[in-house]
Design a protein around this ligand. Structure first.
Ligand code: SF4
Ligand code: SF4
Length: 80
């Protein structure tokens, strides 16, 4: 699964609580605000969302786009 992490800079106070709970170090503080810098590493645990008192973080699951070839191969495999 692929996740997208966004932080509302207007709401973020730079408290660093989210950095403490993220086990894969997606987030960093830059210029006093939280920035998701390693979004690809996100495992979607939503611990950061829960810990953020300002409700500044959003974690969304993204649909993985499949190429035509992958779609074709999958259809082939599933029809066996
Ligand atoms: S927990 Fe929320 S307010 Fe604190 S740094 Fe993270 S995003 Fe910003
Ligand atoms: S959802 Fe989990 S892994 Fe993703 S940024 Fe938040 S704490 Fe880190």
């Amino acid at each position: 699964m692929v996740f997208d992490v966004t932080v509302d800079e207007e709401k973020c106070t730079g408290c660093e609580e989210c950095l403490e709970v993220c086990t894969v170090n997606v987030l960093e503080i830059k210029g006093g605000k939280c920035i998701p810098i390693r979004v690809k590493e996100c495992i979607g645990c939503r611990s950061c969302v829960e810990v953020c008192k300002e409700k500044a973080i959003t974690v969304k699951e993204l649909e993985v786009e499949m190429s035509e070839t992958t779609r074709f191969l999958l259809r082939d495999l599933l029809s066996d």
